[in-house]
Design a protein around this ligand. Structure first.
Ligand SMILES: [Fe+2]
Ligand SMILES: [Fe+2]
Length: 293
């Protein structure tokens, strides 16, 4: 009894310390604020969009390489921003800008404990799958699903970057105890990467749908208000995990919650086919690797 009371005090202290640190993290980088502003402002003209992006050459190159990647599967080579807008449309381009602004702001910081490239690859795969699933199950905002998929594990990258010592403890603990990443996070950080992502997005004022997609991606049914988008991300995350040629330690222990099929209105006899058809969506995982570095 005494031990469990002490454990709960320690645990609460740990959660509080972690949350304090999250709320003291740097503000959202300017480049992302700008991308977010663009995302929310549907009236930006094509010309304005091109002008804003053209300020950063590395940005232009990255946007074009994503536009030309298997994510979009365009039949023509896109060599200019004007052409990208013409082929992809204003909306798609704004989503790519948002993704690139994250890639540019948070890339680097590799360590032997966390392969950033693999992490971004998983984020892009989940984004692509989430968008496809959203379109298939009739979720009207497939672009939002793309971004929610891209950001779902953002808490993992944040905890590696800002809670490095604890992150190392977590990795060592997983090795020793053979437990899931989420269990080890609960023990060492007090909270999980889903919660870290959700809290940080709240602190950064990102749209509620994105916050909730991160917060509930491992347990979508816990979103009592509207589990639809978290369910899409849950399935996308699961399928992405199956597609990767390398295993991702932060996905270890991920179990597909079959209740999501009810939410997404997929009947029992169609569930297996529903999952397997997405396993071939990307083509070769290898084709996405060039996008990250
Ligand atoms: Fe996750
Ligand atoms: Fe994931």
């Amino acid at each position: 009894m005494e031990t469990s009371a002490k454990y709960s005090i320690d645990k609460n202290e740990k959660i509080k310390t972690t949350l304090d640190k999250i709320y003291n993290l740097p503000a959202l980088p300017d480049i992302i604020t700008e991308a977010l502003r663009l995302l929310n402002n549907k009236k930006t003209s094509n010309q304005q969009l091109v002008e804003i992006i053209s300020k950063e050459q590395s940005f232009v190159a990255k946007i074009l390489s994503i536009a030309n990647s298997p994510i979009y599967g365009l039949s023509k080579e896109v060599s200019t921003l004007d052409f990208a807008i013409m082929l992809l449309g204003h909306n798609e381009l704004r989503h790519i800008i948002f993704v690139v602004s994250f890639l540019e702001s948070f890339r680097g910081g590799d360590s032997k404990y966390f392969d950033q490239n693999l992490y971004w690859l998983h984020s892009l795969l989940t984004a692509k799958l989430a968008k496809r699933i959203a379109q298939d199950v009739g979720y009207g905002k497939s672009g939002e699903a793309f971004i929610a998929g891209f950001l779902h594990d953002f808490g993992v990258s944040i905890s590696h970057r800002y809670f490095k010592n604890t992150f190392i403890e977590i990795r060592e603990y997983i090795e020793k105890e053979k437990c899931s990443f989420v269990e080890a996070e609960r023990i060492h950080l007090g909270i999980t990467h889903s919660e870290i992502g959700g809290y940080l997005m709240e602190r950064w004022n990102l749209p509620v749908a994105l916050r909730k997609a991160s917060l509930y991606h491992h347990n979508p049914i816990a979103d009592l208000e509207d589990p639809f988008l978290p369910s899409i991300i849950h399935v996308a995350d699961y399928v992405a995990g199956k597609i990767h040629s390398e295993s991702l330690f932060w996905e270890d222990g991920f179990v597909l919650d079959k209740k999501v099929f009810e939410v997404l209105r997929v009947s029992e006899e169609k569930q297996e086919d529903f999952i397997s058809k997405y396993e071939n969506v990307i083509g070769e995982e290898q084709d996405l690797k060039g996008l990250i570095i």
